[in-house]
Design a protein around this ligand. Sequence first.
Ligand code: SIN
Ligand code: FE2
Length: 219
Amino acid sequence: MPANLTLPLFGDATQSSREQLGQHAWLLRGFALAQADELLTAIARIRAQSPFRQMRTPGGFTMSVALNNCGALGWTSDASGYRYTPRDPLTGQAWPPMPLPLLSLAAQAAEAAGFPGFIPDACLLNRYPPGSRLSLHQDRNERDFSAPIVSVSLGMGAVFLFGGHARNDKAARIPLLHGDVAVWGGEDRLRYHGILPLKDQPHPATGSLRYNLTFRKAG
Ligand code: SIN
Ligand code: FE2
């Protein structure tokens, strides 16, 4: 049985390790564990400036995951489509700046996965309550696909779907735990991915919530 199927869906990875998910896609187990408290404090500060909100999709659905952003550009969705904006449409203000610990963690994780020199200008914050999910999608609103996506998981565990280049390609099911970092770029940059509906397995650091930080070079 592959090692990742033996991991529980709660608790933390007990040691750091690397699992290859594709030619240029890696799961860095526990890579953010040492900084997790600092990251959660940064999220609390961001939330005080720009609140988490459930966005509407262009198709008229309300997303079950609550979103937020920090950095020069933030990803938003509404009736007119998906895009990056320099301002939070809810507050009219610039998105909160990307805290240095987040920026450097993202750069270090990218480098560890074979993408040196990654300087993200956008960080999407996803907040998942029990039962919420993110359906299969590609990250394709960024201008330049040569930069990777760096994705940090905090709090409750989740099952990550990592598919292929077509929506119907079979997707691997990968448990993501508190402190895990996934990086995908190069030929894997546009692979479909998503999150299965979350089970309520409270985590000591976040209670019944999962946070995910996705760093991108958007502009
Ligand atoms: C995303 O694709 O934006 C988030 C993935 C995750 O929550 O792990
Ligand atoms: Fe995504």
